[in-house]
Design a protein around this ligand. Structure first.
Ligand SMILES: Cc1cc2nc3c(=O)[nH]c(=O)nc-3n(C[C@H](O)[C@H](O)[C@H](O)COP(=O)(O)OP(=O)(O)OC[C@H]3O[C@@H](n4cnc5c(N)ncnc54)[C@H](O)[C@@H]3O)c2cc1C
Ligand code: FES
Length: 274
């Protein structure tokens, strides 16, 4: 699929928490093609440093040509983006990568598990999954460190009509503990579920193992450091699982091109990939 490089205007900036920002960008060429789980590379400087673009999931793409990113400030690149204002122009490339595969069966039971900023692509995915959905359950589990990090996005999901099962590390909102424990304790295991997950590696590793034990399909969206975003630098690779190695003859997978979304069984879940 063709990616576009655009000069894109920030049409809205929202400060959702102290260090969490949502930018709405005018990018019709990207919005019309974007699939949930795909990402964009944003130039995050007007100087020489930091040199590289930064990857961000597409949080939402609308039919009127807008795309959103939702991000946390963790370093110089995200700080640069957080300091931009409405009307500023950003240099962006997208849509990139392989997104989530939507279920063929409109009555499949779907379970979405997001941790931290992993909620960003799950919003776009939830909107697509709800389109033409006839029956079957959709359960959404979101985990974060504190209520402050979770509250705003939780409300956005609830406005789509989705019940959110929330977990926080400090117990300030919802279940006190890991979101994966909440899933294990509350999901109806009599049903067959199809999982979608995005968040920290240890969380997705747990989700992947849980699904493997139940023999449920599971797609995960991986985050690795990325330099080019277009499969040219080898900076983003993860090791294939033994099964994937046999079926594809690929020892390594490019998160930027083969992913970021993978079947959880395709990835070797070692600590090296965390
Ligand atoms: C496909 C993809 C989609 C992403 N989507 C989002 C999103 O929707 N929202 C969001 O907040 N973040 C997202 N990220 C992570 C985001 O790209 C990084 O936080 C950002 O690049 C950090 O840049 P920086 O210059 O601010 O920080 P840096 O100074 O580069 O790094 C600051 C710290 O963050 C760590 N870090 C940097 N990049 C990554 C990474 N890719 N994975 C794990 N740790 C990293 C560094 O090791 C360092 O400790 C995504 C990453 C990928 C690969
Ligand atoms: S980021 Fe360069 S190969 Fe994936």
């Amino acid at each position: 699929m063709t990616a576009h490089q655009l000069k894109s205007e920030i049409v809205r900036k929202e400060q959702l928490a102290k260090d969490i920002i949502r930018l709405t960008l005018a990018a019709p060429e990207i919005a019309v093609r974007a699939i949930p789980g795909q990402f964009m590379m944003l130039k995050a400087t007007d100087k020489m440093e930091p040199l590289l673009r930064r990857p961000f999931s597409i949080h939402q793409a609308t039919s009127n040509g807008l795309v959103q990113i939702l991000f946390k400030v963790v370093g110089a690149g995200s700080k640069f983006l957080a300091d931009r204002e409405q009307g500023d122009i950003l240099d962006i490339v997208g849509p990139l990568g392989h997104g989530f595969d939507l279920p063929d069966d409109p009555s499949a039971n779907l379970c979405l598990v997001g941790g931290g900023m992993g909620c960003a692509p799950l919003y776009f995915l939830t909107k697509r999954l709800l389109t033409n959905r006839l029956e079957g359950s959709l359960q959404l589990y979101l985990g974060a460190t504190t209520a402050k990090e979770l509250a705003v996005v939780k409300e956005d999901f609830e406005n789509l009509g989705v019940k959110v099962f929330a977990a926080t590390d400090d117990g300030s909102l919802g279940y006190h503990g890991f979101v994966t424990d909440l899933v294990a304790e509350s999901l109806d295991k009599e049903l067959r579920w199809q999982f979608y997950s995005c968040g920290p590696h240890p969380m997705m590793n747990k989700v992947a193992r849980f699904c493997a034990a139940e023999k449920w399909p599971c797609q995960v969206s991986l985050e690795t450091m990325m330099a080019c975003g277009i499969s040219a630098c080898l900076g983003c690779t993860v090791r294939s699982s033994p099964a994937k190695l046999i079926s594809s003859n690929k020892q390594f997978l490019h998160v930027c091109k083969d992913g970021p979304v993978f079947d959880s069984g395709d990835v070797a879940w070692t600590t090296a990939e965390r």
